[in-house]
Design a protein around this ligand. Sequence first.
Ligand code: NAD
Length: 337
Amino acid sequence: MVVKVAINGFGTIGKRVADAVTAQDDMDVVGVTKTRPTIEADLAIDAGYPFYTAIADRKQAFVDAGIEVQGTLDDLLQEADIVIDGSPGKFGQENKDKYAAAGVKGIFQGGEKHDLTGVSFNSLANYSESFGKDMVRVVSCNTTGLCRTLYPVYKEYGIETVYAVMIRRSADPRDSKKGPINAIEPVLKVPSHHGPDVQTCIHDLNIQTMAVKVPTTIMHLHSNIVELKQEVPSEDIVKLWENTPRVKLVDGGKGIASTAQIMEYARDLGRPRSDLNEIAVWREGIHTVGKVLYYYQAIHQESDVVPENIDAIRAMMELEEDNMKSIEKTNNALGIN
Ligand code: NAD
């Protein structure tokens, strides 16, 4: 069976998921939408994706810009088994109603609340909860990063409490309107929403989080302290993460001292858009003292959730019951690890 996937919102996340779907042999993109005839609309056409307007009465704007439009979102839904909702956060409810009315499954992103779907997704932590489901939310880039490294530790050694600080990029690289550009801005809602969000995937994990925004666009960085249930040597944590999919250990000793060098490494790997789908963890920063684990990790916000969207399709469409098999298949198709 080849699953027919629609992409509603061909933006930062939507365009990456579209290309990742195309790279798989068990799913295909049947069309993408946009709301305005921006450069991304041109790129979608150049990539050969059937193009639809997300908003029915905007069709003429695309035609005026010389873009061939196959129809509206409603038309696209007739062609699809499942939609990746790549719209900006908060359109979720409106779009979910449209997908449900058309009898099409929907995957939402981390800008939406857990309550929208009642099921949140991370490939390692809770794949089976999405099996056969109609509406699922893939958690945000930060939450995905926390789940990827914490879940194996939680399973293997047990965790008493996590204290994590998100040092957040203030905007995506293409977004020139947001700031701060010369300040560090604490998120004053304390604790931040990230802890409860992790609990939508790892339900009984005790986790407290705070966040600050810094003037960078390229990655988030997490500074994490974890109280374990037992003493664990640092080397064992290193080995655990060496064997964890979508976690990449990086070495300060080899010149990777900051997020800038991680992104340079991603460029050198030659991945599409210079993305790094894995969570980068500094090997030297992994340190345990008694039962306490310290580590830093960096998150490429635009791309870490992309393979998770692919695995969510497989779970919801019942293509694969075993999460590790789906992860491996996705990773092989995308050249990850
Ligand atoms: P984006 O602004 O880059 O892209 C959104 C796309 O949706 C645009 O192409 C826009 O034309 C289209 N759109 C606008 N209104 C629409 C509507 N009503 N219906 C359908 N499409 C519409 O946004 P993004 O960064 O890709 O974010 C999408 C979702 O992914 C959000 O929930 C966001 O929180 C989440 N997310 C973003 C990142 C990130 O770093 N950018 C990381 C993880 C998750």
